[in-house]
Design a protein around this ligand. Structure first.
Ligand code: C2O
Ligand code: CU
Ligand code: CU
Length: 481
C-alpha cells in the first residue's frame, strides 16, 4: 500500500517513521524580539552588541610562491553573550575562526595543529582539492599531531569555508566553534568594481542554544540542532553601523541545521551577485532569500537609498509563522554616516557555461530508516563502502529524490555543480550559478549536473544538516579514470 506524497510513492514501513519525524521537527521556533537564554543572568536582547568581523590570517611564511599558514585548534573562552563566558573549540581559539583570503591560482598550505583532546579533520568546503587534502571524515588528526593541507586554489573567486568533518562528531565539533571563512579572490571579480575593502563584509550565520553557565548546549539528536539565539560572526543579534552607500555581504550559513528565510524589515531590495561557487552570470534582484546549511549567498545592499538615522533589520521568517509576521531579528543595519561610493554592480558578472550533455544519470533516494537513521539509497554511511564510481572528466546527472518529511541540503565534495531542475522546473536566477550544496525539499526531486576533474580518489557527499550527516546521511564516491 504505497502512499503518494506529491506524486512520490512512500513505502508503508517508512510512512510511520515519517510521521514520527514530523513530530520531532518543531524545534525551530524562536521567540520574537527578546531572546532569553535559560537562567535569567543570560538574557540577551537584540542589537546590544556591535558586529565584528573575523580577522584575516597572515601567512607565517612565503616560500617558492606558496603562502603557508598555521592554525592551532584549541580550547578557549569567548564572550558570546555579554558578561558571560562560553568555552569554545576554535581555530586559533577563535569563534568563528580566522579568515583565510587567497588569490585564485596561487596554492597555499595550511598547517592544522590539533591541540584539542579529540581527533579532528578539517574540510575546505567548496574546495577543489586532492582526496588527501579534503578532510575526509576518517582521515583524522590525532590530538597533539598536525597535518598540512594543500589547497591549489585553482577555482574562481568565491566564498568558501573550512570546518570540522570528524566521523559522527561533525555536529558537536562545529557547534563548539570549529568553522572559519576561506575567501578566494581573482582579477575577473576585482575588474567588476564591486564594493570592496571595508565595504565587503562576511556574515557568518549560526544559531546556538546556551546552558545556564554560558556554555553551548549540544545533544546528539538525529533531526537537528537548533539554537534560540542567532549569532552573526559569533555575536548575538548584533547591530552594524553602515555608511549610506553600497555594501557587499557574504552570507554564509554555518549553522548546524537551521534553514533561514531572510528578508529586510522594512522591506528593502537586495541584489544577489553570487552563490556557493562565486559570481552569478547576472545580478538578481531579491527581497528575501532562503539559505540552508553550508550555502553561501552574496548580496549587495545599497544604503544610499535611505536617510541617515534609519535602520534595516535582517529577519528570519519561520516557515510556520503566520503570514505577515515579520520573523525573528538576526541583525540590524544602522545608517549612520555619508560616504563616497564609486563601486558598481555591472549588468553582467561572470558567464556560467552550461555543462554539456551527461553520459550517465544516478539516482539518490533520501529517506529515514528505523535502524540506520537518515539514509541515501537505503544505506547509512559506510566508510569502507563505495556508493558511486564516476569517471574523471565525464558529465553526470545526479537526481536527489527526497522521500522524507524534512528538507536535506545535499552537498558534494570536490566539484561545483549546476542545478538542472526542481521537479522538472528550471531553477530561479539565484540558483543559476555554480553550487556545491542544494536544498532538496520534502517530497521534491532535484537534478544537478556535475563533472569531476583533475583528482581521482575517494570523496564523500552528504546532507549538510550536521545532525543528519552524523546520523549517517553520507555516502562515498570513488572518482576513477
Ligand atoms: Cu561542508 Cu562535507 O562539508
Ligand atoms: Cu564540503
Ligand atoms: Cu538532511
Amino acid at each position: 500500500m504505497a502512499r503518494s506524497l506529491k506524486g512520490v510513492s512512500v513505502e508503508p514501513t517508512r510512512r510511520e517513521f515519517l510521521k514520527a519525524g514530523a513530530l520531532l521537527t518543531g524545534a525551530a521556533v524562536l521567540p520574537r524580539g527578546l531572546m532569553t537564554v535559560p537562567g535569567q543572568e543570560l538574557a540577551v536582547e537584540a542589537f546590544q552588541v556591535p558586529l565584528t568581523v573575523p580577522p584575516v590570517l597572515t601567512p607565517y611564511e612565503r616560500r617558492a610562491g606558496v603562502d603557508r599558514y598555521r592554525i592551532a585548534m584549541r580550547r578557549s573562552n569567548a564572550e558570546v553573550i555579554p558578561g558571560s563566558r562560553t568555552p569554545v573549540w576554535g581555530y586559533n581559539g577563535r569563534f568563528p575562526g580566522p579568515t583565510i583570503r587567497v588569490e585564485s591560482g596561487k596554492p597555499v598550505v595550511v598547517r592544522q595543529m590539533n591541540r584539542l583532546d579529540v581527533a579532528t579533520t578539517v574540510h575546505l568546503h567548496g574546495g577543489h582539492v586532492s582526496p588527501g587534502d579534503d578532510g575526509h571524515p576518517m582521515d583524522l588528526i590525532a590530538p597533539g599531531r598536525h597535518k598540512d593541507y594543500h589547497y591549489p586554489n585553482d577555482q574562481p573567486a568565491s566564498t568558501l569555508w573550512y570546518h570540522d568533518h570528524t566521523h559522527r562528531q561533525t555536529g558537536r565539533n562545529v557547534n563548539m566553534g570549529l568553522a572559519g571563512l576561506y575567501i578566494i579572490e581573482d582579477d575577473v571579480e576585482r575588474g567588476l568594481n564591486l564594493p570592496s575593502g571595508e565595504f565587503d563584509v562576511p556574515l557568518v550565520l549560526q544559531d546556538r542554544k546556551f546552558n545556564r553557565d554560558g556554555s553551548f548546549f549540544f545533544r546528539h539528536d538525529h533531526n537537528g540542532n537548533f539554537g534560540d539565539v542567532y549569532l552573526v560572526n559569533g555575536r548575538p543579534m548584533p547591530f552594524f553601523e553602515v555608511a549610506a552607500r553600497k555594501y557587499r555581504f557574504r552570507l554564509v550559513n554555518a549553522s548546524n541545521s537551521r534553514i533561514y528565510d531572510l528578508a529586510l524589515d522594512p522591506g528593502f531590495p537586495m541584489t544577489q551577485i553570487a552563490s556557493d561557487g562565486g559570481l552569478l552570470p547576472a545580478p538578481n534582484a531579491i527581497t528575501n532569500v532562503s539559505i540552508s546549511p553550508a550555502e553561501r549567498i552574496e548580496v549587495v545592499i545599497d544604503f544610499s537609498l535611505l536617510p541617515l538615522g534609519t535602520s534595516l533589520t535582517l529577519r528570519d521568517r519561520d516557515p510556520e509563522a503566520e503570514p505577515g509576521e515579520p520573523g525573528a531579528p538576526v541583525m540590524r543595519f544602522d545608517v549612520t554616516r555619508q560616504a563616497d561610493d564609486t563601486s558598481t554592480v555591472p549588468a553582467a558578472l561572470r558567464p556560467v557555461e552550461p555543462l554539456p550533455e551527461a553520459s550517465r544519470e544516478r539516482e539518490f533516494e533520501l529517506s529515514l530508516d528505523f535502524d540506520a537513521g537518515w539514509v541515501i539509497n537505503g544505506k547509512g554511511f559506510g566508510p569502507n563502502r563505495i556508493d558511486a564510481r564516476p569517471r574523471l572528466g565525464e558529465v553526470e546527472v545526479w537526481r536527489f529524490n527526497n522521500l522524507s518529511t524534512l528538507p536535506h541540503p545535499m552537498h558534494l565534495h570536490q566539484a561545483m555543480f549546476q542545478i538542472l531542475d526542481r521537479e522538472g522546473t528550471p531553477p530561479p536566477p539565484g540558483e543559476r550559478g555554480w553550487k556545491d550544496t542544494v536544498r532538496v525539499d520534502s517530497a521534491e526531486r532535484v537534478r544537478i549536473a556535475v563533472r569531476f576533474t583533475r583528482f581521482t580518489g575517494d570523496y564523500v557527499f552528504h546532507c549538510h544538516n550536521l545532525a543528519h550527516e552524523d546520523h549517517a546521511m553520507m555516502a562515498q564516491m570513488r572518482i576513477r579514470r
